[in-house]
Design a binder for this molecule. Structure first.
Ligand SMILES: Cc1ncc(C[n+]2csc(CCOP(=O)(O)OP(=O)(O)O)c2C)c(N)n1
Ligand SMILES: [Mg+2]
Length: 421
């Protein structure tokens, strides 16, 4: 098998083809609306554009199931929309309104939804979502949920230490994790070729012994097909996969940056490869979209966005005193998230654990040639199975010095977990 692969394009249902079109158009319209709001001074924080990269966000997120987890980066509004975030959350969030997911405490894209949509809030530091989403995948495996986690990273972000540490962690844990490396040719004003001495960033996967794909990121069907193949492989236990999507950042880093450093020949090359225009051509040729169908989709999007924008514009800012609330933990109010124990807590917590602390992941912790490849490996790899693991000091029998005050015991939290919104 070659080091880097290309996935065959899938044949989709008519509805799937049209969904991909709808979400790319919605992605672009949401961002165009926010650009107008920014110019009216109504967006309070940074505003980043994914113009020309919509196929990457939409095609990759469309490969996830409802139960799967993701964490977007700044240019993945399309992924949020596919996962089910309503545009009003994106508008109110960027306008720092009280009705936003963070109740106006953040003026840009730092919000998630752990309860319903399984979205981890983006972290500003580049690459840090890789170990976080690896952890999500590991937790899912531990709970027997068969989930896959996904996050995105830029070409620039792929040179951070945590990118490499995180990918190594994911690889050694065989986490069901898919990383989309969005190579849009620029990191701020630094072109890829002046940042990395390799042609394909997908090659970075080789260092961690994991498979990788290269995909034309402006082709939404290719993007979806590749992501779907990776998601299926990760779900079936093959471990993490890296996908390098070749694309182009058509605007500057953020609204403040006119990106005059981008050579005009490069810009022209990519402007001819607009993902929405390319896809419209395909849909028309395949007789999946005609002028009437296109108008219906456009009307649906503009009616929705007008309503959502009006809601955001008419929403209040948070009351001043709210700035002091929710900063420090006051007990129950701030700890809304509880572990959802799917087994009795005593059973899963050392040292009383009735479950042998044994990893059952095939080949975990060993090179492929090891004769012990299929043998179960003890937790920590060097300890006898019955001995408590090193973190036994923090356990129900030996809690941390000052546990946070809680009315309900953690064991009751399964019931809490069921009360979904
Ligand atoms: C650890 C870290 N270093 C620097 C920054 C500042 N910063 C934010 S985005 C960015 C450029 C990212 O480029 P790339 O990863 O290619 O993503 P793109 O903006 O092209 O989507 C930088 C330097 C940061 N947020 N975190
Ligand atoms: Mg970049």
């Amino acid at each position: 098998m070659p080091d880097t692969q290309t996935a065959a394009k899938r044949k989709l249902s008519r509805q799937q083809y049209l969904d991909l079109y709808y979400f790319m158009r919605l992605n672009r319209e949401v961002e165009d609306t926010m650009t107008r709001l920014f110019r009216q001074n109504k967006i309070v924080g940074g505003l980043y554009s994914s113009l020309g990269q919509e196929a990457v966000s939409v095609g990759s997120a469309y490969a996830l199931e409802k139960k799967d987890w993701m964490a977007p980066m700044i240019r993945n509004i399309g992924a949020l929309l596919v996962k089910g975030v309503p545009p009003r959350d994106i508008f109110t969030q960027h306008m720092a309104k009280y009705t936003s997911p963070t109740k106006g405490k953040d003026g840009t894209s730092h919000f998630g939804d752990l309860e319903n949509l399984h979205i981890v809030s983006p972290i500003s530091m580049l690459g840090d979502l890789i170990p976080v989403l690896t952890g999500v995948a590991m937790a899912g495996r531990y709970l027997g949920q068969k989930i896959v986690s996904m996050t995105w990273i830029g070409d620039g972000g792929s040179s951070t230490g945590v990118f490499h540490e995180g990918l190594n962690l994911a690889a050694s844990q065989k986490a069901a994790f898919v990383l989309i490396l969005e190579n849009n040719q620029w990191a701020y004003s630094t072109p890829v070729r002046r940042q990395v001495p390799i042609e394909n960033l997908a090659d970075r996967a080789k260092a961690y012994g994991i498979p990788s794909y290269i995909v034309e990121g402006n082709d939404v069907v290719a993007m979806y097909s590749t992501a779907r193949e990776a998601v299926d492989r990760a779900r079936s236990g093959e471990g993490p996969i890296l996908i390098e999507a070749k694309t182009f950042r058509r605007r500057g880093h953020a609204q403040h940056d006119p990106a005059e450093y981008v050579p005009s020949a490069q810009r022209e090359y990519w402007e001819k490869r607009d993902p929405i225009a390319l896809y419209e051509k395909f849909l028309t040729e395949e007789k999946l979209l005609d002028a009437r169908g296109k108008k219906e989709i456009e009307d649906k999007i503009s009616t929705l966005l007008e309503k959502e924008r009006e809601f955001a514009e008419n929403s209040p800012f948070p009351p001043p005193e709210f700035a002091a609330q929710g900063v420090y933990c006051t007990g129950d109010d701030c700890h809304k998230i509880r572990p959802r124990w799917e087994r009795p807590i005593a059973e899963v917590m050392p040292p009383k654990s009735s479950v042998e602390p044994v990893w059952t992941v095939e080949g975990f912790g060993h090179g492929k040639s090891s004769s012990r490849e299929n043998a179960p490996i003890h937790f920590g790899d060097t300890q006898p199975a019955k001995e408590p693991p090193v973190n036994a000091a923090i356990s129900p029998a030996n809690p941390p010095a000052k546990p946070p005050a809680r009315k309900s015991a953690p064991a009751k939290s399964a019931a809490h977990g069921k009360a979904r919104r």
